[in-house]
Ligand binder design. Structure first.
Ligand code: ADE
Ligand code: ZN
Ligand code: ZN
Length: 310
């Protein structure tokens, strides 16, 4: 499939580029996205698995998680520059509230170009998906499928991003990107701490350096301790397929209550900060995973089946 080869080439070029640029700012790090998508994959109904597999390029081998960081890999390319703004939402400084009409725009003021607008847009695009009859794949079907492949990859990625509290942060510090401080002994910016450092440190300290083990521990927490909560997380009011305004409102509140608190420029974040905030990071990965699965099951599944049945 030409589209699949093109995606693979884009991803490779972007990977090499990003790997060669030191200190590049990336979104909810690769581990955060992998974890969210792995969690979601473990909660998909069989019909959803089939639809997702048919949308993924062959080289993904049915693994959504393997392409979950694709929107970060390509956003540096000229063609995809416009997608920068859909990874986050900037809200008024210190207000600690989010409002779609006021906040969902890009730097040039284009309305709907933000994380919640993108989730609405890609969800709506994916409602048009139909499983193609196996022997009847025309060029037209291929083209529609290819656009929906992009829609699926953006949706899976941005549902992750919007759960990172600082992806719904203050405007003037770009969600903590310009807050320079120390993470233990190393210089860092606050946004990067929340994208990467919490997960890295927790992975090394408690999960033998393995993201798979960390993700399994979060999944066990969902199925053993958070079943009631997880059902509530998965639901949207008014029969909506996705409800990104809810996720964004939670994120800016958590950003104010936990991320920005005691993390002023020049401060040093150590054990007190790490240990008190890690449960928030793990809960946001869990919520992102549960909600991504619920959205995909509503789009592609026979949604009578509960997602947490075991
Ligand atoms: N750039 C500007 N604001 C941002 C945010 N909240 N998250 C990530 N990148 C940003
Ligand atoms: Zn992102
Ligand atoms: Zn980020």
């Amino acid at each position: 499939m030409a589209g699949a080869k093109f995606l693979a080439l884009l991803a490779l070029v972007a990977f090499v580029f990003v790997a060669l640029v030191p200190g590049t700012v990336v979104a909810w790090g690769a581990d955060g996205h992998h974890s969210t998508c792995l969690l979601a994959e473990s909660m998909l109904e069989p019909a959803t698995v089939k639809a997702v597999r048919s949308l993924l390029p062959e080289y993904a081998n049915g693994s959504l998680a393997s392409l979950c960081t694709w929107p970060d890999d390509i956003k540096w390319m000229y063609k995809w520059h416009w997608t920068h703004a859909i990874h986050y939402i900037d809200t008024p400084d210190f207000l600690c509230r989010y409002n779609y009409d006021r906040d969902c725009h890009d730097a040039d003021g284009r309305q709907d170009y933000c994380a919640s607008g993108a989730i609405n847009n890609y969800t709506s695009q994916l409602t048009k998906f139909e499983l193609p009859p196996p022997n009847l794949i025309t060029t037209k079907v291929r083209e529609t499928q290819y656009n929906l492949t992009e829609a699926l990859l953006f949706l899976a990625h941005i549902v992750g991003d919007i759960h990172q509290p600082l992806h719904v942060g203050f405007t003037n510090d770009a969600g903590g990107n310009t807050i320079i401080l120390h993470w233990y002994r190393r210089k860092a910016n606050l946004h990067h701490v929340w994208d990467n450092e919490f997960i890295n440190r927790a992975k090394d300290l408690y999960y033998n350096g393995s993201l798979a083990i960390m993700t399994t521990a979060i999944l066990n927490n969902i199925t053993d301790n958070w079943v009631g909560e997880a059902k509530l997380w998965s639901e949207c009011s008014d029969g909506a397929i996705a409800c990104p305004d809810v996720y964004a409102t939670e994120s800016i509140r958590l950003a104010c209550q936990y991320a920005y608190r005691n993390a002023t420029p020049g401060s040093t974040l150590g054990d007190d900060y790490f240990l008190s905030r890690l449960p928030i990071v793990e809960a946001r990965l869990a919520q992102g995973g549960v909600r991504l699965a619920a959205i995909l099951n509503r789009l592609f599944g026979n949604s009578s089946q509960p997602i947490l049945s075991h």
